[in-house]
Design a protein. Structure first.
Length: 266
């Protein structure tokens, strides 16, 4: 099934560091609030590492083994409420270590893709505790090609372009992006939207974790780079309606993909 208009809900939640039980409970409440609304969402997006926060020194004991609890919860909810979910990302424990992984579920509750963060953020010591993913976050929701990147990934334009060249019309970005880099957050997200002529749907957390403050400002940006919705610094559900036909319109008016000269870039 493909449709041109989507309602989007971003769950801009506060995350309790190192307390998975609190976080799963809070997410369940926010998911219910998201669908119990006159503008029922077609897709719900959750922030990065929402199950544990950045409790990296205990991440091996806190991480969800094989993502089983998360997968069961999101699959059940998406199928019950017939809504697509881009499951933020969680600390996912595998045999070879812990990954920062997002899962996507369709309206029938089927898992239709996953992505593990490729670029680990040294300023928060991710590379010391987490394993890096090794594949692209290419997804398809309601017949629409989409891509997933996680937080620090947006500083790497090559990754967003690779997803766009693969057909993505939307880019989902779960994040824990902290102060004082709000200007970077907004600028990078708008740049990824403009240069790839796609919607960018980015969900950032709020709250304080240790000495780090997270500013929220979850955003929905259209292919022209116009901000359709933006959160503030409080826990909230940020909503927007997008028209996916705009992607083809923008790409036809300014044909950057046809005018590329990759032989000179590579």
């Amino acid at each position: 099934m493909s449709q041109s208009t989507w309602n989007v809900a971003l769950l801009q939640m506060d995350i309790a560091i190192g307390e998975p039980e609190r976080n799963y409970g809070k997410l369940e409440l926010l998911l219910k609030q998201a669908v119990d609304h006159e503008q029922k969402p077609d897709v719900i997006v959750i922030p990065e590492m929402w199950n544990t926060g950045y409790a990296l020194d205990r991440i091996h004991e806190l991480a969800d083994p094989a993502g089983e609890r998360t997968r069961a919860m999101l699959s059940d909810f998406s199928g019950k409420h017939q809504v697509n979910i881009l499951g933020g990302s969680i600390a996912e424990k595998r045999a070879d270590g812990v990954y920062n992984t997002t899962y996507a579920f369709d309206r029938e509750g089927r898992e239709i893709g996953s992505y593990s963060k490729i670029h680990l953020f040294r300023l928060m010591d991710e590379e010391k505790y987490l394993k890096s993913g090794a594949s692209l976050g290419q997804l398809e929701l309601d017949g629409i090609s989409a891509g997933a990147m996680i937080c620090y990934d947006i500083r790497f334009p090559e990754l967003a372009r690779k997803l766009a060249l693969g057909g993505a019309k939307l880019l989902f970005v779960p994040a824990e992006w902290p102060n004082p880099r709000l200007h970077h957050w907004r600028t990078l997200l708008q740049a990824r939207a403009i240069e790839n002529q796609m919607f960018v749907i980015a969900c950032n957390r709020v709250g304080i974790s240790g000495t780090t403050e997270f500013f929220g400002h979850s955003m929905v940006i259209d292919p022209w780079g116009e901000v359709l919705a933006e959160g503030d610094g409080a826990e909230s559900i940020v909503r927007a309606t997008i028209n996916l036909d705009l992607v083809d319109e923008v790409r036809s008016r300014i044909p950057i993909f046809e005018d590329r000269r990759p032989a000179l870039y590579e």
